[in-house]
Design a protein around this ligand. Structure first.
Ligand code: ASP
Length: 430
């Protein structure tokens, strides 16, 4: 690793990363306010921000390809019996609601409105909006390698999902040589995924500097009025998360004759664990224990539904993607029209499938969602600056969205347990 034993660098690398990113944000804002319109400083710091954006873009497509393939191919088709189909339908249904909630909250609260960094500068907005049929057809790549090379988001996701599902079937093949070969392909992508996240980890070490540079530029050009939008995006994401609990999970509980009060009381443990770890993956054991000991759902159900949920079901991340896309569109002065919002619905739901259950993964997916609506995060563009603002507060947003990701997984497991008639009512009521 790029660590040194002594000196300033070792102090830098050994201190808490989250704290450093937050410090980068705060210092960037303070220095920006102190040095108003300091063109010399802005010019000096710009390459530091650009470097950060280029590093993120470098890793975006490789991370997405690997995690999506690993995610979709982890579901064994032989498990896709009644329970599998039910839980996947549940996850898809709730994800669709969450993006609708995210976009609605974003449209109503309009985070970022009022701080226009530039009138659409640096934004590749298409002159003629495509029709719905064109949007849907364009999802199917005519040449997947070209789509991957060009970083075309939806066709890339589409191909990776096809690939992942086909790989899952091959792994499940009765012919041993085929399943062995497919396992090797799976192990390759799993290994690649690990390698990509290692690189993400290194890039994260540079995040405090990148965030400092990008935030400095925002505050130096706009002064203290840039604080409002950051607060408004945080409030919007959390309002969306609360609405998801009340309008989706609580209503589903009522439909299945399960008390929402009991659910909310019992789901607190995994929810808090997810809040502090910011990782659905790390919360798996706590979710399982809660389902078994506190809710009365048998292992035969949650043994499948929770790992699948922690990999594929990210309702909180979907809300975050919707709100942040609107926030960034507002900040760069390009409101999202209906077809752009529809594209976000598709991309966010699919991107959430490819989001790994680890801290900060959603922020990489945000890059994709933005690209899909022509808000390209290019070095030096206003979109990149707006994206940097989100990254500065990403930890706060990640805590909330990860909690909701986990609550969604637990709710799905509970409902499927009830549908299958396997819920131990005595434990549930206790
Ligand atoms: N941290 C989230 C999770 O583990 C993923 C994300 O960053 O959105 O569920």
């Amino acid at each position: 690793m790029i660590q040194q034993k002594n000196g300033v660098l070792s102090f830098y690398f050994q201190s808490n990363l989250l704290l450093r990113i937050f410090l980068g944000l705060v210092l960037g804002a303070i220095c920006g306010i102190v040095f108003q319109n300091a063109s010399g400083a802005i010019e000096f710091l710009k390459p530091f921000g650009d470097l950060f954006v280029r590093l993120l873009k470098m890793i975006m497509v490789p991370v997405i390809v690997c995690t999506l393939i690993v995610g979709t191919s982890s579901i064994s088709p032989s498990h896709l019996g009644k329970v599998g189909v039910k839980i996947i339908l549940f996850y898809m249904f709730t994800s669709l609601f969450s993006i609708i909630i995210g976009l609605s909250v974003g449209s109503v609260l309009s985070p970022g409105l009022g701080l226009e960094l530039a009138q659409g500068a640096g934004v590749a907005k298409e002159a003629n909006a495509p029709t719905l049929v064109e949007i849907l057809l364009a999802i199917i790549p005519t040449n997947p390698f070209e789509s991957i090379a060009k970083g075309d988001v939806l066709p890339t996701i589409c191909f990776c999902i096809f690939f992942g599902i086909a790989l899952a079937f091959s792994r499940d093949s009765k012919k041993e040589e085929i399943s062995r070969a497919a396992d090797t392909v799976f192990a390759f992508f799993e290994g690649m995924s690990d390698v990509m996240f290692r690189i993400v980890g290194w890039i994260m070490q540079y995040t405090p500097i990148g965030v400092f540079a990008l935030i400095f530029i925002v505050f130096s050009k706009n002064g203290a009025q840039a604080f409002g939008p950051l607060l408004s995006v945080t409030v919007s994401v959390y309002v969306g998360l609360v609405l998801q609990v009340v309008l989706v999970y609580c209503v589903i509980c009522l439909i299945f004759k399960l008390s929402p009060i009991i659910f909310l009381k019992k789901v607190r443990k995994p929810m808090i664990t997810a809040f502090v770890t910011r990782s659905s993956g790390a919360t798996i054991p706590v979710s399982m224990e809660t389902l078994e000991k506190d809710m009365g759902v048998p292992r035969s159900i949650f043994g499948f539904t929770i790992p699948v949920g922690a990999t594929l079901n990210m309702d909180g991340t979907t809300i975050y993607l919707g709100v942040c896309a609107i926030f960034i569109a507002n900040i760069v002065g390009v409101p999202l029209d209906f077809s752009a919002q529809l594209t976000i619905v598709l991309t966010a739901v699919l991107a959430s499938i490819g989001t790994a259950g680890v801290p900060g993964a959603g922020a990489i997916m945000l890059l994709m969602v933005l690209e899909s609506v022509g808000l390209k995060v290019e070095a030096g563009s206003v979109v990149a600056v707006a994206y940097g603002m989100i990254l500065g507060i990403d930890a706060i947003l990640d805590m909330g969205r990860t909690s909701m990701n986990v609550v969604g997984d637990v709710a799905g497991s509970l409902v499927v347990g009830k549908m299958e008639g396997k819920l131990d009512e005595k434990v549930w009521q206790s």
